[in-house]
Design a binder for this molecule. Structure first.
Ligand SMILES: Cc1cc2nc3c(=O)[nH]c(=O)nc-3n(C[C@H](O)[C@H](O)[C@H](O)COP(=O)(O)O)c2cc1C
Length: 169
């Protein structure tokens, strides 16, 4: 089973979570900047990005992130743009969405994963698991996920893989 984890990350937290999920899934992991436009041969797709202004990033919020950090951002483009640029997607492709965000009520913070899941469904994909959030510390420009989150992400990947294998031959 070929599993692909595509991440967008400014400061590194989402990349860290993506790599932990990929470890749990035994999957390939790729920065959205280098993600393929053709998903032929992919059996399970996982897409994640940082929550910006209650949802997926936009060029303006990525610019704002770039201006906050003292290093170049990890991704230049976003999952919104990548999903919009994809060629035909295998209909019914099992997918899952995740994000990173501040550890407060989702009602207050928003969650990019909800928008990612919506775009994936619009493209004819089938959600193999509900959208999930992983948390960063209280500093929005912090460079990593909160303690314990990579382990939780790896476990989420393991569970997602088991669920997908039950439906993918
Ligand atoms: C421009 C900008 C807007 C943000 N807006 C939100 C937000 O609405 N809700 C939230 O929970 N976190 C927000 N954050 C914090 C990000 O979610 C956090 O920086 C991100 O998860 C870190 O992941 P990364 O290191 O992969 O970029 C924002 C960060 C930036 C830079």
């Amino acid at each position: 089973m070929r599993t692909l984890v595509v991440f967008e990350s400014m400061f590194g937290a989402t990349e860290q979570i993506a790599r932990a999920i990929a470890k749990g899934l035994d999957a390939e992991v790729v920065n959205v900047d280098d993600a393929p436009a053709d998903l032929t041969g992919v059996d399970l797709l996982v897409v994640g990005g940082p929550t910006h202004v209650h949802g997926m990033s936009r060029a303006t919020t990525r610019k704002s992130a770039a201006d906050q950090g003292d290093q170049p951002t990890r991704s230049k483009t976003g999952v919104r743009e990548w999903l919009g640029s994809l060629g035909p997607v295998p209909q019914g492709l099992p997918v899952a969405a995740f994000d990173t965000r501040i550890d407060k009520s989702r009602w207050l913070t928003g969650a990019a994963s909800l928008g990612i899941a919506k775009l994936l469904r619009r493209r004819g994909c089938r959600l193999a698991a509900p959208a999930e959030s992983f948390f960063v510390g209280t500093d929005p420009a912090g460079t990593g996920s909160a303690p314990g989150e990579p382990d939780r992400a790896q476990a989420w990947g393991v569970a997602l893989g088991a669920a997908a294998r039950r439906t993918v031959s």
